[in-house]
Every structure is written in C-alpha cells, then in structure tokens.
Design a protein around this ligand. Structure first.
Ligand code: HEC
Length: 225
C-alpha cells in the first residue's frame, strides 16, 4: 500500500513537472511569435512594391528565435531526462507488478472451463478440483486421485514425489505424465498452449500455494550439493 502511495506521488510529481514545462514552452512560443512592428514607410505604395526589409532585419529575428528555441529545448531536456532516469526503477517495478497480476489472472482463467465468456479456459479444474485443491478422475476404468496443486511447490513432503522445484512443474504441465491421465499441454510436446500460457499457469499456481514459505521449493530451491 505504501509503495502504491509512493508511486502515485511520484507520478503526480512527474505530471506536475510536465505541465509546468508545457506552460513554459507555450509562453516561449507565444513570445517568439509576437511580431515586431513593421516599419512600413509610405503606405500609399502597394505592399508588393515597397522596398523589402534589409538583410540584418531578416536575419537577426530569425537567429534570435532559433537561439531562444534552442535554449527552451536544452532546459526541457536537462530537466526531463534526469526525472525520467530517476523514476525508471519505480516505473519498471510497477510494470513488472501489473504484468504479473495480469499473468496470474490469465493463468486462473486457463484453469477454468472454456466457455463463451472465458475463451482462455482449458479446464484443469475438471481433474484437479474447483480451486485446484485436488480431485478425482476416471482413468482406464479406475477412479484415480488427482494431486492438489495448492501444495505442489511443497514437493515430496506434501505428497508430490516428482516435484523438486519449479522446473518440474513447468515440465509436468508441458510434457504431461506418461502412464497417467495428466495430458501434455505445450505445443512443444503434444498440447495446444504456447510458452506464455504455460508461464501464466505457473504464475497462477505459485500465487495459490498454501504451504509455508520456507517449505516452498519453488521460491526457496534447495542449495546445490
Ligand atoms: C484429465 C485430468 C487432468 C487434467 C485435465 C489436468 N491434469 Fe494435471 N494431473 C492429472 C493427474 C492424474 C496428475 C498426477 C499424475 C501422476 O500420477 O503422476 C496430474 C499432475 C499434475 C501436476 C504435477 C503435480 C504433482 O503432484 O506431481 C501439475 C503441476 C499439473 N497436473 C498441472 C495441471 C494443469 C496446469 C492443468 C490444466 C492446464 C492440468 N494439470 C490438467 C490430471 C489432470
């Protein structure tokens, strides 16, 4: 919550600076656009036949205007670039968080039945249970127990003998388990999902883990050796 508040403040700060700079640029543009009064000598001579302005009159205002615009843009960049740079880590963190939330949401929809309202659905829930909390299925005429995915990151200690880390979950979803009714889901094997869909599923499964954090082999992989 405090991070969210901080983000809003920094965003408001950025918008404030942006508006300020916009007003400055608008003022500078108006000031540069105000014409110097023309010194038109004899008004009864048709405009097209009056003597033209001297070279210095033509060149100096143009030069001054260019220099003024140059200064405006240099000041703009000198403020803008550090502000963007300073906010970049927060922006990236924010982006990653919202991408992750969207991925988890898509993963959730993938586990639900596919319907008109939920075209992403592949119905993992049919075997793994409503909230992926474990279920039953009929396989080769026998009723088989289907694992609870809310503890799958717990590994062997939580009844998932073949899971020792997140890579085993990715592999199981992608390849399926031969000799069981867990099908392959990835287009790399015999399924229909792309890597993003598998990633979304894994992110969702990570988000629903019930075992304590220190028993979670997905986020606390055992040290090598
Ligand atoms: C047709 C039934 C069925 C469907 C549909 C199904 N699974 Fe499975 N799944 C199983 C069975 C049965 C197992 C256990 C396999 C075994 O005996 O090793 C399993 C195992 C798993 C495992 C490994 C769990 C462990 O304890 O080793 C994961 C992860 C998994 N499924 C994810 C999914 C996801 C994600 C989906 C949806 C895209 C899905 N499953 C759809 C039947 C199913």
């Amino acid at each position: 919550m405090s991070i969210l508040a901080a983000l809003t403040t920094s965003r408001a700060f950025l918008i404030g600076i942006g508006v300020g700079i916009g007003v400055l640029v608008a003022f500078a543009a108006v000031a540069a656009g105000i014409r110097r009064p023309r010194r038109g000598p004899e008004l009864d001579i048709p405009r097209a036949m009056q003597p033209g302005p001297a070279d210095p009159d033509l060149e100096r205002p143009v030069l001054e205007r260019l220099i003024a615009w140059g200064a405006v843009f240099v000041v703009f960049m000198a403020i803008w670039i550090p502000v963007v740079w300073y906010n970049e880590p927060t922006t990236n963190l924010n982006d990653t968080k919202s991408e992750m939330a969207l991925s988890v949401e898509r993963g959730h929809q993938t586990t639900l039945p596919g319907t008109l309202a939920n075209p992403l659905g592949f119905n993992c829930a049919r075997c793994h249970g409503q909230t992926l909390g474990g279920g039953q299925n009929v396989f080769n005429g026998n009723i088989v127990a289907v694992p609870n995915l809310q503890t799958v990151c717990g590994g062997p200690a939580y009844g998932h003998a073949q899971i020792h880390g997140i890579q085993d979950i990715v592999a199981t979803i992608s390849e399926g388990r031969s000799g069981s009714d867990m099908p392959s889901w990835s287009v790399r094997f015999a399924g229909a999902m792309d890597d993003q869909q598998i990633q979304d599923l894994v992110n969702y499964i990570l988000s629903i883990q019930k075992e304590p954090k220190d028993k979670n082999l997905c986020i606390n992989p055992p040290k090598a050796g």
